[in-house]
Design a protein around this ligand. Structure first.
Ligand SMILES: Cc1cc2nc3c(=O)[nH]c(=O)nc-3n(C[C@H](O)[C@H](O)[C@H](O)COP(=O)(O)OP(=O)(O)OC[C@H]3O[C@@H](n4cnc5c(N)ncnc54)[C@H](O)[C@@H]3O)c2cc1C
Length: 404
């Protein structure tokens, strides 16, 4: 039943109250303080999906192609999110991060990352084994490593809650437990508030962003191909691992490889994996399973498996064994030898990446994808590091809408 207090019009309706949707509402209200802005989320609590199920790493921005949105918006977003955390009292830990190699063959790829960092205007240092020993005594490398002083960690849910609070302070409404069941240019239909006429609609629906975009006729070549991230916490004394420790990633895939991160309260954590998920909210068991989503994933695989853009059989061979905790821990031990399976037995909350597949080419989109027109905007590939980049992404997108 539509609420009697629900307004029937809004200047802006945002579908999805994750970090991206909230950042967009916040940026809109900064520019248009008198506008009526409402954010709808289907869940009854904040940070239920990727925004509350990620590593909380504030990436620095050196992985991404220099001409990409990710490169610019991550570098800027890192600084903006740190300022936001300091201003709003969200826990932040300045860990820095090292990228290490496990063989000499990886050194050219390490140098490519270093060059990308330079091209992207990101502070990054090439260090040797003794430099690494000073920064993170537990990590090992072969020859050289990279040191990223600006990488940090914050509380993922803390950021989302603080953003929702700021949206409300600025006069916006954040309505939880309110699934949007249909929408089109100029209107949105939701379970609690019925039909609302909208000046502009922003789709920030995460794992469902493709479905929502299709309602508007956007993103027709795209389908979501979800990948699951599993984590294991260590029983180490907080602070024993001081820096995030990452491997050199395979440049053909949009994932960073098994790594160790430090949580905001100093705990060591292994993961996340990038295991193919069977449906969108496939967090474990059969919860959230939907037959049509399973079918969508199954019918995407022939196109993906034969993709010339990725080594998909290699990706599957590398990822599927990571369901085994001891296998995953062994991978992490290649970066930090003191990691032992018996010390990493506490499961973390899994997350699912809202990774977009370009169906005609079988390519996983590497960059953020934004489509839209004067009536609607669609955040189609808000994958990592969109949590880091959220405030910069929101500025960029809202500026584009307002000045169009
Ligand atoms: C395992 C993992 C690790 C990651 N690690 C990092 C990291 O360390 N650093 C980093 O920067 N990024 C990281 N990311 C990426 C980051 O979490 C995401 O890019 C970011 O959270 C995306 O935010 P979002 O708001 O688009 O999505 P979400 O948080 O998924 O929000 C989308 C919201 O839309 C709502 N919704 C969907 N459909 C509807 C509907 N019909 N009606 C109403 N509401 C709807 C959902 O309930 C959800 O709350 C990670 C992601 C994963 C999965």
């Amino acid at each position: 039943m539509p609420s009697t207090f629900a307004p029937s019009t809004a200047d802006l309706v945002v579908i999805g109250g994750g970090v991206v949707g909230l950042a967009l509402a916040d940026a809109w209200l900064t520019r248009n303080p008198t506008d009526s802005v409402v954010v709808y989320d289907k869940e009854d609590h904040l940070a239920a999906h990727a925004s509350g199920r990620n590593s909380g790493v504030l990436h620095a921005g050196f992985y991404y192609a220099p001409d990409s949105l990710k490169a610019r918006l991550t570098r800027d977003g890192n600084r903006m999110l740190k300022d936001f955390c300091l201003e709003r009292g969200v826990a932040l830990r300045e860990t820095g991060k090292v990228v290490v190699t496990t063989s000499e063959e990886q050194l050219p790829s390490l140098m490519t990352l270093f060059d990308r960092g330079q091209a992207n205007g990101v502070e990054l240092e090439l260090i040797d084994e003794s430099g690494l020993a000073e920064l993170e005594p537990l990590a090992r490398t072969v020859g050289n490593a990279l040191w990223s002083p600006n990488t940090a960690v914050a509380s993922p849910a803390g950021v989302v809650e603080a953003l929702a609070e700021r949206v409300r302070e600025r006069g916006g409404r954040v309505v939880l437990g309110n699934a949007v069941t249909g929408a089109g240019p100029g209107w949105v239909m939701s379970v609690l508030e019925g039909r609302v006429a909208a000046g502009h609609v922003i789709n920030a629906a995460g794992l469902y962003a493709d479905t929502v975009a299709h309602w508007f006729g956007f993103g027709q070549d795209y389908r979501m191909l979800p990948f699951k991230g599993l984590y294991w916490y260590g029983n180490w004394k907080p602070g024993r691992l001081q820096r995030h420790v990452y491997p050199v990633p395979d440049p053909r895939n949009p994932f960073l490889g098994v790594h160790l991160t430090v949580t905001v309260d100093g705990r060591a954590k292994i993961g996340p994996t990038a295991i193919p998920a069977l449906w969108r909210e496939d967090y474990g068991g059969t919860g959230g399973m939907r037959g049509n989503e399973l079918w969508d994933v199954v019918r995407s695989y022939p196109r993906f498996l034969t993709s010339k853009h990725h080594d998909v059989p290699g990706l599957l061979r590398a990822e599927l064994p990571k369901y085994s905790r001891s296998y995953l821990v062994k991978q992490a031990a290649a970066l930090v030898p003191s990691v032992r399976p018996q010390d990493f037995t506490e499961r973390g909350k899994p997350g699912v990446r809202a990774q977009l597949l370009h169906v005609p080419s079988g390519k996983l989109e590497m960059d953020f994808v934004v489509e839209g027109d004067s009536r609607s905007t669609h955040m189609l590939n808000a994958v990592s590091p969109a949590w880091t980049s959220s405030l910069a992404v929101a500025d960029y997108v809202v500026e584009g809408i307002v000045s169009a």
